[in-house]
Design a protein around this ligand. Structure first.
Ligand code: ATP
Length: 247
């Protein structure tokens, strides 16, 4: 579904990612792991058109999207849950969710489709239905993450990019969020999940990449990565043996 070849991107003329290549098969979940500053967000933002690539290419379902704008990329069905959630604080949960429907708002039968998407999101996150009228800024961190994921799902994505959706959340909430990602995986949604929680993300992922200093340093299945020295040394630190992943 997505093929990245030799991608470079960065800021103010210096590369934050160098010669990155990656593949995401349709229907699969790919985890992107790595320490702070590795270049994960830069890569995700290059896919969604928020950062410009200075070299290399990104192809989505055979189309070269390297030079497309962010709105054009959303139109193709690549939808991002941005780092830090980026909700509209004064707006209600329902209003934040409905903003995600923008991509589909011009389609025939949009009204029924909107109701269908909203019911789908509320079924995944019943808490959001309970809080539909509450201002986003007053929600807990976990609830805000649910709104950010729900808003992206309102667009009925073909490829969902999640940039550290679980950052700063309590362990139980992280578990709940990854439970939902597992449900989305079962429904066949293709996802790229950037995560600090290596264990949880590799459990839900079919394949993973490890980044360090702007380059891919390891890739493989969860089990392969769990045994990989690159992951152990550059990322997990002292306790690699405790990593438990889906076989
Ligand atoms: P984290 O897990 O902390 O979010 P990351 O792996 O997502 O880290 P990036 O945010 O992609 O890493 O950052 C990669 C490098 O690019 C870092 O050295 C960072 O300081 C730099 N960088 C990121 N955003 C900008 C920016 N807007 N302007 C200048 N440099 C930036």
């Amino acid at each position: 579904m997505l093929e990245i070849e030799g991608l470079r991107a960065g800021y103010n003329g210096s590369d934050a990612i160098r010669a990155v290549s990656m593949r995401i098969e349709a229907g699969s979940v790919v985890a992107l792991l790595g320490p702070n500053g590795a270049g994960k967000s830069t890569l995700v933002n290059a896919i969604s058109g928020l950062n410009r690539a200075s070299a290399g290419s990104i192809r989505f379902e055979g189309t070269d999207i390297t030079r497309l704008s962010a709105p054009e990329i959303v139109e193709l069905g690549i939808v991002q849950v941005p780092e830090g959630r980026q909700l509209f604080g004064p707006l209600s949960v329902a209003e934040n969710l409905s903003l995600g429907f923008q991509r589909l708002s011009g389609r025939p039968g949009a009204k029924a489709l909107f109701r269908e998407r909203l019911d789908y999101v509320y079924a995944l996150f019943p808490r959001l239905q309970e809080r539909a009228g509450q201002r986003a800024i007053t929600l807990s961190g976990g609830e805000q993450s649910m709104v950010a994921v729900g808003r992206a799902l309102m667009a009925d994505p073909r490829l969902l990019l999640l940039d550290e959706p679980s950052i700063g959340l309590a362990p139980l909430v992280v578990e709940l969020l990854f439970g939902v990602l597992g449900t989305l995986r079962e429904s066949g949604l293709t996802m790229l999940v950037v995560e600090q929680h290596a264990e949880e993300s590799l459990r839900v992922a079919d394949y993973g990449y490890v980044m360090a200093s702007g380059a891919i340093t390891a890739q493989g299945t969860g089990a392969e990565l769990a045994a990989s020295e690159a992951l152990q040394h550059s990322y997990l630190g002292e306790h690699p043996a405790e990593l438990k992943v889906r076989a």
